[in-house]
Design a protein around this ligand. Sequence first.
Ligand code: NAD
Length: 360
Amino acid sequence: MAKQVLILPGDGIGPEIVAQARNVLDVVNNKFSLGLTFTEGLVGGAAIDATGVPLPEETLAAAKAADAILLGAVGGPKWDKLDMAIRPEKGLLGLRSGLELFANLRPAILYPQLAEASSLRPEVVSGLDILIVRELTGGIYFGKPRGVRTLENGEREGYNTYVYSESEIRRIGRVAFEAAQKRNKRLCSVDKANVLEVTVLWREVMDELAKEYPDVELSHMYVDNAAMQLVRAPKQFDVIVTGNMFGDILSDEAAMLTGSIGMLPSASLNAAGKGMYEPCHGSAPDIAGQNMANPLATILSAAMMLRYSLAAEDAAAAIEQAVSDVLDQGLRTRDIAGSSGESVSTQAMGEAVARVLADR
Ligand code: NAD
């Protein structure tokens, strides 16, 4: 049966970068006979302008009906003064909760050609390819009770609850083990089991799950050590799985190892494997409409979509290889060009990837 992809360009550079990803998807759709069909929808500021709300019912319904969603970015100064409840970002949150996207996958890949872009020494990061799987809808960010209360002595006290049920741990664990199976089959579970009971349970459930995935080598690491190891020797990792708060922090740390925000894709998945795929960066209003944004994070997000939601590993790998090839050819958008390098436009970069794919 034909698989449906919903495209949500969004705001700022969103439409420019998504157009290039769409072009690349058209090429692999033909080349690998994937049978994908595409529809487009409104989200964020673009949806506010057209309908008054950041996530029109039609868009949510189309997202629920689709097999996967590719999103550009939302937001911009034009909508910054609106009430919080109808800001563009609410469109994203509505999609995440409406589709129960509990698993956030963020690869940190440093193409060897761009090793100079990192703040770490090239030999430490060149060829880095790690995947952080972060639990996105539970843990201390959502646990109850929470709040600020006044004690009998008049002092105020703030409190949150760090809670994970076995089933929540198991479902994010499965996503991580399965992702590791598609990569180098090593999974590091990050916790604070020396201090926090909730992560003692986390560790136990990961150990139980490991028996179902004998081909994956599971290890455990405390979060403080993981933060240190990520900057000391990041290439020791393949897949990292962790809870919401630790994942929030470690995934930003890992992203920055690569030094190039325009290169980083992401995926948010639900239990059925449906996912929303988007670049890690925002709508970059400062360069919107100037044909200078880097489309590669969005093109790589499309590759992740093919791998994780559309069972098209060959097409995903072909896109990733084509991105590496255009970097080998020396093509750079402005953000990755370095101080002296020449840069190409958004469109030229996207077309170069599509051309490499079509010619291969
Ligand atoms: P940003 O990621 O949009 O931009 C940060 C810097 O990186 C800017 O200088 C920008 O020009 C540059 N940049 C980002 N993507 C680039 C690309 N593909 N190519 C070249 N350069 C790129 O973050 P910001 O400036 O903090 O936020 C701008 C808007 O985006 C805000 O409205 C914010 O709320 C929104 N935002 C949206 C998302 C999302 O849609 N998921 C994520 C973050 C921020």
